[in-house]
Write a protein that binds this ligand. Structure first.
Ligand code: DX5
Ligand code: ZN
Length: 217
């Protein structure tokens, strides 16, 4: 697989989400930010809304759970139709068990790290994961500035993946735009979430294409 672009609907029009996902047919996934007002100070949607979106989305859903107790809630998002489910390691009680549960329910298992969470303690978990998400802003809101301080961690994560010989995708999320995507790709990321950059553009699908070609160079 090559570069993948996963627009986030966090900054899309919540009153017209079905139509909004229809504006990005060239995306690889639609990134759905689930927030619970506890793990992060913002509240979005739950499994019923995600299930409705999965029914109309032209591409599979990539759920990013910014919630407490993902051990209890994550499997519901696979059942709701998400192809990929990401939980935060800072919130998970038993990340290995949870990753295995997501996989056995038929989803791709993914684990996210906040900007200050180091990757090295989790290197032995990489074979359990289909994707590792490195946050490049503090999770909670769209439209924040990209944190360059995460770039060395992206490089270290890519090196660990190579050392372990795993095919784990490396996703970055937060402040990804035409200005920052090349830095992320150069550091070793291959899956890119972009919220405000895509839905703030006049032509979101054209922006998906531009981001893809910037990441591929
Ligand atoms: C932030 C979310 C992101 C957000 C990205 O907590 O996880 O997915 O939508 O938005 P931008 O691309 O605007 O930083
Ligand atoms: Zn996200």
């Amino acid at each position: 697989m090559g570069i993948q672009i996963t627009p986030s609907i966090l900054n899309a029009d919540f009153a017209a989400l079905g139509a909004e996902v229809g504006r990005i047919p060239g995306a690889d996934w639609v990134h759905v930010d689930v927030m619970d007002n506890h793990f992060v100070p913002n509240l979005t949607f739950g499994p019923a809304m995600v299930e409705a979106l999965a029914r109309v989305s032209p591409v599979p859903l990539d759920a990013h759970l910014m919630i407490d107790d993902p051990d209890r809630h994550a499997p519901a998002y696979v059942e709701a139709g998400c192809g990929s489910v990401t939980f935060h390691v800072e919130a998970a009680a038993a990340p290995v068990r949870l990753a295995r549960e997501i996989r056995s329910a038929g989803g791709r298992a993914s684990m996210a790290l906040r900007p200050a969470t180091p990757v090295e303690p989790y290197e032995d978990l990489l074979p359990e994961l289909d994707m590792l998400l490195l946050m490049t802003v503090e999770p909670g809101f769209g439209g924040q500035s990209f944190l360059d301080l995460v770039l060395p961690k992206i490089r270290r994560a890519r090196a660990l993946m190579e050392r372990h010989g795993v095919e784990t995708w490396l996703q970055v999320d937060g402040g990804v735009s035409l200005e920052t995507i090349e830095r992320c790709a150069e550091a070793g990321a291959d899956v890119f979430v972009a919220g405000s950059a895509v839905f703030g553009a006049d032509d979101p699908d054209a922006m998906v294409a531009s981001l893809r070609s910037a990441a591929e160079t």
